[in-house]
Design a protein. Structure first.
Length: 441
């Protein structure tokens, strides 16, 4: 009988049950003399409103100075990666979109690119589908950065920017709803292409958003950049230089705010990013202020990319031609706004018995993916989002594992926080922009 160092256990009718207490709280507290020792051990979270999701921090304090910081994750664990092993390859899109819930399009696209690489159909993805993916990812990058700006502002006492950031994000969520039918958790990017085409009214909404947004960004900067409290809470706070970032595997805006222009869209292009014109913003200081500047600049660069993608939207199919893979190939929404229209179902059933059988097997069983394993990485709003997908030749993944930037970037928190003030833990943690849905997948 094995024992666990981390969880007590007991036998029940259902088998052995483990009780996980989380972290090393008992070990830390047991060595503390509360009367003679000036060290204080504080739990920040997991319900603390100043953490991005259900994150627990164990802080050892001496006065207001943080002597040691520990991150404890796992409170939002969903088992999504394990669930993928019990669903077919297309159904996987519905699961992965829920990981980092502020960047669902990126979760889906990375997964789809990995499956397509296993299938050997990367070059068969239509030009329109690839352009739509870029369009949706860059809109999603803007919406994600707006949430970062809004929540970080609130955590540092700037209540107005919280309202403004979410207000502008609503425009993008309305666009997503027009295109995919959902505001979040879209399952829109599928292996082989995208679930359905971009309607004309969505293009009109996007162009209206592009016209409106530059003025809003200027308002954000007028509100924050010259504000003494904002600059004092961000400049020189939670510094992590480029050496520290590289040593810890930190990517995304945090790395670029330390001066290294590493962006997978430029360094290891995918989805035709090498054919677009955009810059990679950087900042030399590696502090919270630098991360703020980089993310605002990235919003502007994403707007350039969205505009270029709109100009490239040529008529054409949005799913590969191979009918053994292309599901759902040509969705037609019913009058109730859900499912397939009766006309589309009648068309499928009216073609031939063989066609109907094939459609039934494709939907219920899924397509087979040749044996092999791949790693595909894309530049998500928080950094390198990588997918390691393994196939054993069946209709379901053998294993899918995500290299999730929120999880990796949290390693930087002790390096930023230790030696600083407890108030700066909030600013530093917020500047990492962790999303626990991605961390605890």
């Amino acid at each position: 009988m094995t024992t666990s160092n981390y969880a007590s256990e007991r036998e029940t009718d259902e088998g052995r049950v483990f009780t996980v207490t989380g972290g090393d709280w008992d070990t830390i507290v047991s060595g503390t003399d509360p009367i003679n020792d000036e060290r204080i051990v504080v739990n920040m979270g997991p319900q603390h409103p100043s953490t991005h999701g259900v994150l627990r921090l164990i802080l050892e304090l001496e006065g207001e100075t943080v002597r040691e910081a520990r991150s404890v994750v796992g409170y939002l664990h969903t088992g999504i990666e394990k669930n993928l092993e019990y669903r077919n390859w297309v159904q996987g899109s519905t699961f992965v979109t829920r990981m980092d819930y502020l960047a669902p399009i990126f979760n889906e696209t990375a997964y789809a690119l990995a499956v397509e690489k296993l299938l050997g159909i990367t070059d068969d993805i239509t030009e329109r589908a690839t352009t739509i993916r870029v369009l949706m990812m860059e809109l999603n990058r803007i919406s994600s950065h707006l949430v970062w700006l809004a929540t970080t502002g609130m955590e540092l006492g700037a209540i107005s920017i919280m309202l403004y950031g979410f207000r502008e994000r609503e425009y993008i969520l309305d666009i997503f709803e027009t295109i995919t039918g959902l505001r979040m958790n879209h399952a829109y990017v599928r292996p082989g292409g995208v679930a359905q085409d971009v309607p004309d009214d969505a293009v009109v909404k996007i162009r209206e958003f592009l016209k409106m947004m530059p003025k809003k960004l200027k308002e954000y900067e007028d509100l924050l950049s010259g504000q003494p409290i904002w600059t004092e809470r961000t400049k020189g706070v939670a510094v992590l230089d480029v050496t520290g970032c590289v040593a810890l595997g930190i990517t995304g805006p945090v790395l670029r705010s330390a001066g290294l222009a590493w962006d997978l869209r430029k360094t290891m292009p995918y989805c035709g990013y090498e054919t677009y014109e955009f810059d990679v913003p950087t900042h030399p200081d590696g502090d919270v202020w630098g991360r703020y500047q980089v993310r605002l600049a990235e919003i502007r660069e994403s707007m350039k990319l969205v505009e270029q993608a709109l100009d490239r939207l040529r008529p054409g199919p949005v799913m590969v031609a191979d009918r053994k893979i292309a599901w759902p190939a040509q969705l037609a929404i019913g009058v109730d706004g859900m499912g397939n229209s009766l006309e589309h179902v009648a068309k499928i059933m009216g073609q031939s018995m063989e066609s109907l059988i094939h459609h039934f097997k494709l939907v219920t069983e899924g397509f087979r993916v040749p044996p092999g394993q791949v790693y595909v990485a894309i530049e998500a709003p928080r950094g390198e989002l990588g997918v390691h997908a393994v196939s054993d030749g069946g209709t379901r993944p053998y294993r899918v594992h995500y290299r999730e930037p929120s999880f990796v970037n949290l390693q930087a928190l002790p390096a930023m926080a230790e030696g600083g003030l407890i108030a700066d833990v909030i600013a530093g943690g917020a500047s990492l922009d962790p999303v626990m849905g991605g961390c605890d997948r």
